[in-house]
Design a protein around this ligand. Structure first.
Ligand SMILES: [Zn+2]
Length: 232
């Protein structure tokens, strides 16, 4: 697809997320993403789900609030523009941005005087509470703490909520247990470290290929991992 080239090339190209208007299958994990999937385009692999593209830690901020959008962009290392094809106008239209949770929170704090934002934040928190299965989160967090006793306080919950949002909707009980096994929890912790403790997101934001960026931060990830595995 044509957009694939523009995604990673040249200048300060923004990362783009497309809301697909046809059936898509992820070119990496092979999952059928349905007809309204949020995807990125990655060269010969075609469509990638946001999980495989390592963008699923970002939150969607719909267009509309100019001040909030500007601040969220400023405070987020990694930003992707969300585009949707308009059949009527025959062009892609900007729906909003995907930004980092911390960046969005910081931006919201700055905008909190604004009552409209306060309302929106409440709505978002309510949606998030609905989506998060608290039992799953508790179990996952406990498992992280058990396997990585040196992990900073509070991070296990952050990882657990992310894992929950990612899996709870589409897996049953047995798959959920599988998601708690040592390998799966380890992968979740590695992904978290990559995003939060290394320059990975910065490299992605600069347009580096994911595999390139992963290789560049591998040692840094491993150092943190060993530290967290050890009892503090
Ligand atoms: Zn995928």
């Amino acid at each position: 697809m044509e957009q694939a080239e523009t995604l990673q090339s040249k200048r300060n190209q923004e990362l783009k997320v497309f809301i697909s208007n046809r059936e898509s299958i992820c070119g990496e994990c092979g999952e059928n993403l349905g007809s309204k999937a949020w995807i990125t385009l990655a060269g010969e692999k075609g469509a990638l789900c946001l999980g495989c593209a390592d963008l699923d830690h970002l939150l969607f901020l719909p267009s509309g609030n100019v001040a909030l959008t500007r601040r969220a962009r400023k405070h987020s290392t990694l930003v992707a523009v969300v585009l949707k094809w308009s059949r009527a106008r025959k062009r892609y239209e900007r729906q909003g941005l995907m930004v980092e949770a911390q960046g969005l929170e910081k931006a919201e704090k700055e905008c909190l005087a604004d009552s409209e934002v306060r309302t929106r934040r409440k709505e978002r928190e309510a949606v998030r509470r609905d989506e998060i299965d608290s039992k799953y989160v508790e179990e996952f967090a406990a498992r992280v703490r058990e396997l990585f006793p040196g992990c900073p306080t509070g991070r296990e919950r952050e990882m657990a909520e992310h894992a929950c949002l990612k899996y709870s909707g589409r897996i049953g009980r047995s798959a959920s247990a599988k998601a708690m096994d040592e390998v799966a929890v380890g992968l979740a912790v590695i992904a978290h470290i990559r995003h939060r403790e290394t320059k990975y997101d910065e490299l992605l934001a600069k347009g580096h290929d994911r595999w390139e960026a992963r290789a560049a931060v591998e040692e840094a990830v491993d150092r943190v991992l060993q530290k967290w595995k050890a009892k503090s």
